[in-house]
Design a protein around this ligand. Structure first.
Ligand SMILES: *Cc1c(COP(=O)(O)O)cnc(C)c1O
Length: 392
């Protein structure tokens, strides 16, 4: 067969770097700070809720297409509890859709809302499924690069660059705050300007807020709460990161009834439904008291600080994240400038696995000297990683 098996839309997306690096971690006995999943499961009572649902025969057969009413109600109540003060609330019957994780929510939204040739602006570096999702939908991605600012030790969005990236073909802005991999939490002013541009140019916004509860400095503001945004914003959340059950793949979309209905049209032919018993458990998880969310955040802030100190002591320049599971570092102070080469030899040299940020860029040169470490791991593991990195 002379025709390639993989279609042209997906040809540029080989196997992910995560598979290569995780295999390297196993082969070298390294601590894997590559992929962002916690090494301790979420709350016992939430696990028990899943077991109870399974035993009681709740969710073992196809749940309703939009998700079970208990979970849709819990998602709406969660939005009300945390963002009601900002004037944001959703009708559980028509404005909430349960998905197979944020990943399906993203794919279904892009497949539903894009026509071939539509341009999608995404903040670069971006989560790896964005590029593939846009490609599957026949869209064209237009990256706007978050710039590393060594002075402040953080990343900033250039609003002029964002404004200039919008054309007559732009359909949608794909946003992610708190931002993976840089740990940036977009500020009120930045979000207000994005909202203003979206309204002025009549754009839809798809906003990935899976790290909404992992903000260590500042606060998370949903873009949908800004003036004029509720009717044009699809907000994505997930139980994976908030409750440390990344294997359950329970996510959700909140948006107007019209947008939810559009996204559901695509979702029904991807998975139709998913995670029956887990939906019941996540409904209980979303009702956990405020203290659960505060403790999760405080615990991860401590972990961030342990790893940030270790990386600084080892000679990396550290961009201190305001949110998420990840720390981005600059390897140039260690005498390196190629993150790929660095990450391929790091396991042999220091027994730690990390991810080169270049994989999250279209402009590979922009990401070349940066490397990402995950800190959603037990403190003893992070301490051991910090000790090992001192060998460098
Ligand atoms: C982990 C992650 C996701 C995927 O979430 P799932 O619920 O596991 O599908 C989506 N977006 C970002 C930014 C992530 O880090």
């Amino acid at each position: 067969m002379d025709r390639p098996l993989l279609n042209r839309r997906l040809a540029e997306f080989g196997t992910t770097i995560f598979a290569e690096m995780s295999a390297l971690a196993v082969r070298t006995g390294s601590i894997n700070l590559g992929q962002g999943f916690p090494d301790a499961d979420g709350p016992e009572e939430v696990r028990e809720a899943a077991v109870r649902a399974l035993r009681d025969g709740r969710g073992n057969q196809y749940p309703p297409g939009p998700g079970i009413p208990e979970l849709r109600t819990a998602v709406a109540a969660h939005q009300q509890r945390f963002y009601g003060r900002l004037g944001l609330s959703y009708d559980p019957d028509t404005e909430v859709l349960i998905t197979a994780g944020a990943t399906e929510a993203l794919a279904a939204s892009l497949l539903a809302l894009l026509e071939p040739g539509d341009e999608v602006i995404a903040l670069e570096p971006y989560y790896d499924s964005y590029a593939a999702g846009i490609a599957l939908a026949g869209g064209r991605r237009v990256p706007v690069t978050l710039r590393a600012d060594p002075e402040s030790g953080s990343y900033r969005l250039d609003l002029d660059e964002l404004r200039d990236a919008i054309t007559d073909k732009t359909r949608l802005i794909l946003l992610n705050t708190p931002h993976n991999p840089t740990g940036t939490v977009l500020s009120r002013d930045e979000l207000a300007e994005i909202a203003r541009l979206a309204c002025e140019r009549d754009l839809l916004v798809l906003t990935d807020e899976v790290y909404e509860h992992l903000v260590f400095e500042g606060e998370h503001l949903p873009l949908a709460s800004f003036p004029g945004m509720r009717e044009r914003t699809v907000t994505i959340g997930s139980a994976g990161k908030t409750f440390s059950f990344t294997g359950w793949k329970v996510g959700w979309v909140t948006a107007t009834a019209e947008l939810v209905s559009a996204v559901r049209s695509a979702k029904q032919f991807l998975t139709y439904v998913s995670a029956g018993p887990f939906q019941y458990a996540v409904a209980e998880a979303l009702a956990l008291p405020d203290s659960y969310f505060t403790e999760l955040r405080d615990d991860l802030r401590t972990k961030r600080d342990i790893l940030a100190t270790g990386l600084t002591d080892a000679g990396f320049q550290v961009f201190r994240p305001s949110g998420t599971y990840f720390i981005t570092t600059d390897i140039r102070p260690l005498g390196h400038d190629d993150g790929f080469a660095f990450c391929r030899t790091l396991p042999e040299r220091a027994g730690v696995v990390a991810i080169p940020n270049a994989v999250f860029y279209d402009h590979k040169d922009q990401g070349a000297p940066y490397v990402r470490f995950a800190f959603c791991k037990r403190t003893d593991v992070l301490q051991e990683a910090a000790d090992r990195l001192k060998r460098l």
